[in-house]
Design a protein around this ligand. Structure first.
Ligand code: ADP
Ligand code: MG
Length: 751
């Protein structure tokens, strides 16, 4: 009986096993059988050469169009053969009918490879794509020629006849491959393995699950994905194999939910006439219906004897903070403390300011004029002075501060809290699971957890990445919020548009408003922004090649002060400034003592100045879609109409198109979809969010909603019946254990 975790060497021999391991890291039967074809080629159906990416290893089906053999002259820099005789260069042009690709081989006389490449032959060509004199080429590619009758002969290799049989088939699997290991070699190893493992009995899906969803048995699915007769076989094989990825993941999440739901937590029901009530009394506005609803859900869950684990998502400015504050106050009313974890020092300080302002006398316990129900708010950040830090640490440890706000500094070991009842994580996308867990560990019994994010997460991603959390969404913006009009400003071909953009900013300031100018870098040789504010790594884009590093705050600010914004009061804000200076700049901007803030993305989250009505983003194409949306949320927070100008030098291309998309809609869900689709799947889950990068090959968290949903239901049912998976297939237990291990080792790496 063969099994998926058997090493490849025992079945395929040490040489092949070594090639597969060093080339692609494939070690076990399961590794190779789950190394699925990337796509399928068809004889006679030529690959679109327009899709070839320079620098990528690619495999194409093409026809030989032209062959030239040329002697290389023996000149300095010219290539010559050994022994002094002139070498030869064979140039073979292959085409897809519209575009051409050049193959080059060097050699001498009969030793020039590629001689069997004659005009009209069709085959597979594989190698790393390079650019030479404006045309794409493969240097010394591997190839496999089809012959007239539907078999194939292999070049640069001696195993042709065996490969030939495989390609009599209609669909040719094209595997993720390397130069040393072209796709047909992988194909050959897989075929041998399929025959040797026909008795494979490693079903991971429980039979009833498989049957009720009409999924193929594993051996058949593997056979069909690697050696399909037609496209329909590939499709049903994929359906089955996607379950192999979705199901174990959902089982892990279901187990986590189940264990949390029975874990004990201290109920924090609050008390009538306490802080929460007093705060609601003071609140200068009415909660929106959505806020009411979420506040009620949180209040109920906090009162239960099991930990709340909830994700609150809502557009920038939808009023999440107030809702979170109500939950925090309820916990304080119950004798506990709440910790609020913010991603940057600027945001932490901003939270302290706005929360103490909201609370007024309610945050002044022990001070003259403080209310009797009052508490205190403590701030803990990395760059605090020693005395201030000691005072805040003491307030946190003694319990005098009911609310403790901080950055990563809060996670440090020596930070102690008297009775941590609730952890609120703001702007989740900058924190990983492990940080949530680190905070959790500061509580005696598991605390309640509320995670907030302003980057809307498509439901399927929420179900996968945040699958252990329940989700609430604030959809409506509070009244008084104004529309933001966004324009793309093409500064490259139309410099006067940029001049107009600065005029527009001056007009807003003249009307008594304020504005932001955002740059992708700090500039003046300071490098990327500091530790607390990673600047966007915009998706790679061919249009970006060879461009400068992008506008920097330290270069732009003086240029504006002496130029288009002369006479305005400018402030500068970036992550490398000392904390007091950041605070001071923010305070002055908030107080209206500055007209314009020239900043990096430190202002991306949480900065709340309702009087700001204009934002100009320089080199906007350097930012991701969600990030621009987030940035844009800094304006339109007051009563006045607001404008966002996205300046770019790009005239076209994908990055420019992304900017147009941001200008065209303010629907955050739509934009986060566009953003996620622009990235590769692995980056969606990202190692920072989860250790699952390697486990997803076929499953797309964006496209496969139906599968994920069904797998989630089945997984919940299974875990409810059999929490320890005692009755479940052994292979399922093994895969689940591997997922947990990966997660743990990643946690250890980061610790
Ligand atoms: P988020 O954190 O979701 O981006 P905030 O909680 O910071 O949003 O709220 C943005 C602004 O809206 C704050 O100034 C807040 O005081 C205000 N706000 C919140 N809820 C309401 C409401 N129901 N009515 C009016 N203003 C509100
Ligand atoms: Mg917020």
């Amino acid at each position: 009986m063969s099994s998926l975790d058997q090493p490849l060497g025992t079945l395929l021999g040490p040489r092949t096993a070594k090639e597969l391991d060093s080339g692609l890291g494939l070690r076990t039967v399961g590794d190779l059988l789950r190394h699925y074809p990337r796509r399928y080629a068809r004889r006679g159906e030529l690959t679109d050469l327009a899709d070839l990416e320079v620098g990528e290893h690619s495999t194409v089906v093409a026809t030989v169009r032209k062959v030239t053999l040329r002697d290389l002259r023996k000149s300095p820099g010219g290539r010559t053969g050994r022994g002094g005789a002139p070498g030869q260069m064979l140039t073979v042009v292959v085409g897809d009918g519209r575009r051409e690709l050049t193959l080059v081989f060097f050699g001498r006389g009969v030793h020039v490879p590629g001689k069997e490449l004659t005009v009209g032959r069709e085959g597979l060509f594989a190698g790393k794509v390079s650019m030479f004199n404006g045309t794409r080429q493969l240097s010394h590619p591997e190839y496999l020629l089809f012959d007239g009758e539907g078999s194939a002969a292999e070049g640069s290799d001696t195993e042709g006849s065996d490969a030939a049989a495989a390609f009599a088939r209609a669909l040719i699997p094209v595997y993720p491959a390397t130069d040393a290991l072209p796709t047909w070699k992988i194909s050959k190893a897989v075929r041998a393995l399929l025959d040797l493992t026909a008795d494979l009995d490693d079903e991971l899906l429980p039979t009833p699950v498989r049957e009720s969803h009409g999924l193929l048995p594993l051996p058949q699915a593997l056979r069909w994905v690697h050696e399909p007769q037609d496209a329909a076989q590939v499709a049903v094989a994929h359906d089955r194999l996607r379950w192999d990825e979705a199901f174990p993941l959902q089982v892990v999440l279901a187990q986590r939910r189940a264990s949390r739901s029975v874990a004990p937590a201290l109920p924090r029901p609050g008390r009538p006439g306490g802080l929460r009530d007093a705060f609601l009394e003071r609140l200068p506005f009415a909660l929106t219906a959505g806020q009411q609803e979420v506040a009620t859900v949180l209040a109920d869950e906090l009162a239960r004897p099991h930990p709340m684990n909830r994700l609150l998502q809502g557009e920038v400015g939808s009023g999440k903070t107030v809702v979170a504050l109500l939950a925090m106050l309820q916990v304080v009313d119950s004798g506990g403390q709440a910790a609020l974890l913010a991603p940057t020092e600027v945001l932490a300080a901003q939270h302290v300011r706005s929360i103490t302002a909201f609370l007024g006398p309610l945050a002044q316990a022990g001070m003259l004029g403080g209310s009797d129900v009052a508490t205190r708010v403590a701030l803990l950040t990395g760059s605090q002075g020693a005395a201030e830090r000691r005072r805040n640490l003491l307030d946190a440890a003694s319990g005098a501060a009911g609310i403790v706000i901080g950055t990563h500094a809060l996670l440090q070991e020596h930070v102690q809290l008297a009775d941590l009842g609730l952890v609120v994580v703001d702007e989740q996308h900058r924190f990983g699971v492990e940080q949530r867990d680190a905070l959790r560990s500061k509580a005696g019994t598991p605390p309640h957890v509320l995670v907030m994010t302003a980057t809307p997460i498509p439901r399927t991603v929420a179900m996968t990445v945040f699958g252990d959390l329940e989700v609430s969404t604030l959809t409506e913006l509070p009244r008084g919020r104004s529309p933001i009009v966004t324009h793309v400003v093409p500064a490259g071909d139309k410099p006067h548009f940029l001049a107009r953009a600065w005029e527009r900013l001056r007009e807003e300031v003249a009307a008594g408003h304020q504005g932001y100018v955002v740059c992708p870098r700090i500039g003046a040789a300071a490098g990327p922004d500091g530790d607390d504010a990673p600047v966007a790594a915009a998706e790679p884009d061919p249009g970006q090649e060879g461009r400068g590093p992008g506008a920097g705050v330290l270069d732009v600010a003086p240029a504006l002060a002496d130029g288009p914004l002369a006479g305005l009061r400018l402030g500068v804000l970036h992550g490398r400034l000392p904390a007091e200076e950041k605070d001071d700049v923010m305070r002055r901007f908030t107080a209206g003592e500055l007209d314009v803030l020239v900043a990096t993305t430190v202002i991306e989250v949480g900065v709340d100045v309702p009087n700001a009505t204009v934002m100009t983003v320089l080199d906007a194409d350097r930012f991701g879609v969600s990030q621009l949306h987030q940035l844009r949320g800094r304006v339109g927070r007051g009563g006045a109409a607001s404008i966002c100008l996205l300046v770019t030098e790009l005239a076209g291309g994908p990055s420019r198109e992304r900017l147009e998309a941001v200008a065209a809609t303010t629907d955050g869900f739509e934009l986060s979809r566009i953003d996620l689709e622009a990235r590769r799947e692995g980056d969606v889950l990202g190692t920072s969010q989860s250790g699952r990068r390697t486990s997803l090959r076929l499953l797309s968290v964006l496209r496969d909603e139906a599968t994920i949903r069904a797998a989630r239901e089945e997984a919940s049912a299974l875990v409810a019946r059999d929490p320890q998976l005692a009755e479940a297939p052994a292979e399922l237990r093994r895969v689940v254990a591997t997922l947990l291990d990966d997660e743990r080792s990643e946690f250890l790496e980061k610790a």
